[in-house]
Design a protein around this ligand. Structure first.
Ligand code: ZN
Length: 133
């Protein structure tokens, strides 16, 4: 398993980590299989979405904020319940197929680390089973 460090710079943002995942798969040396990308944090997430128009990421962040507003009548004393909810909505992991040694992603897809309670130092675990990587 490889662990990638991600430094986020605002309370909520998406960080494109596709290149890190590509590196992990290349170093694992597999031709075919599956790669798991996992976020070990309860106020962040992993998702796959569009990388062409940056407004898509902004709309995703704004849409999630409408679903789970930062300032609302939450019970949790840390004041970051919106981030916990956004984390669960998007999920802690993503799986990507590997074929001919490359990630199988659509033309406009990237893998994003999704920060919802930053800025923070974060980790992402990337595992390619059966390779020790
Ligand atoms: Zn909390």
């Amino acid at each position: 398993m490889r662990t990638v460090l991600v430094q986020t710079h605002s309370r909520a943002e998406f960080v494109d980590i596709t290149a890190h995942v590509r590196d992990a798969v290349r170093e694992a040396g597999i031709q075919q299989g599956i790669c798991t990308v996992f976020c070990p944090h309860t106020t962040a997430a992993i998702t796959i979405n569009e990388n062409a128009d940056p407004d898509v990421v902004i709309d995703l962040l704004n849409g999630l904020e409408r679903i789970a507003p930062y300032r609302a009548n939450w019970r949790h004393s840390e004041g970051n319940s919106d981030a916990h909810l956004k984390s669960s909505l998007l999920g802690a992991s993503a799986q990507v197929l590997v074929e001919n040694g490359a990630l199988v992603l659509g033309t406009w897809q990237s893998i994003y680390f999704c920060e919802f309670d930053g800025p923070r130092h974060r980790q992402v675990h990337i595992q390619v089973p059966g390779t020790g990587a």
